[in-house]
Design a protein around this ligand. Structure first.
Ligand code: SF4
Length: 153
């Protein structure tokens, strides 16, 4: 089974209420069963919701730093949403463990799903989102899927 960021499959779960459908991702999946989930929605954050940014995190360790309490995620309204992000990531990780997920295709530049540990994405973004960090710690292979839509985080 493969985990895919729900927004990449057309679910309107992004912070701005939109999706970022990537038709080619469906082609990559073949006949493999798919879990399409959004950790931020699962963590209790609404859609739409204010975008959030890391505070006090080291590049490439952002997600792990939030999970360990060394850094925070703060939304545009100034609210600390670290617990909601961590809760959603843990729920998704539990489902991945239950379903034997070994591969995750996650949307780029997201504080939850982002995965760019070398910092090579020309559009920027964190090196490691909270969900991406947790899955990586579990031994799940994480792959970044770049989205060309503008205005994303
Ligand atoms: S990138 Fe991840 S957290 Fe953001 S909307 Fe898509 S699935 Fe949800």
């Amino acid at each position: 089974m493969i985990l895919v960021s729900a927004c990449l499959l057309g679910h309107r779960v992004r912070y701005d209420g939109r999706h970022c459908l990537r038709e080619d991702v469906r082609g990559l999946l073949g006949d493999e069963p798919v879990l399409a989930l959004c950790p931020e929605v699962m963590g209790g954050l609404g859609t739409p919701r204010p975008p959030a940014r890391f505070v006090g995190a080291s590049f490439g360790r952002e997600g792990a730093d939030v999970l360990s309490g060394r850094a925070r995620l703060v939304n545009e309204d100034g609210k600390d949403v670290s617990l909601a992000f961590a809760r959603g990531a843990k729920l998704v990780a539990e489902l991945c463990a239950q379903h034997g997920v070994r591969l995750a295709l996650l949307k780029d530049r997201s504080p939850s799903c982002g995965w760019d540990p070398q910092g090579v994405n020309p559009q920027g973004g964190p090196g490691q989102g909270v969900l991406a960090a947790l899955l990586s710690q579990m031994g799940v292979t994480v792959r970044e899927v770049r989205s060309s839509a503008r205005g994303e985080r």
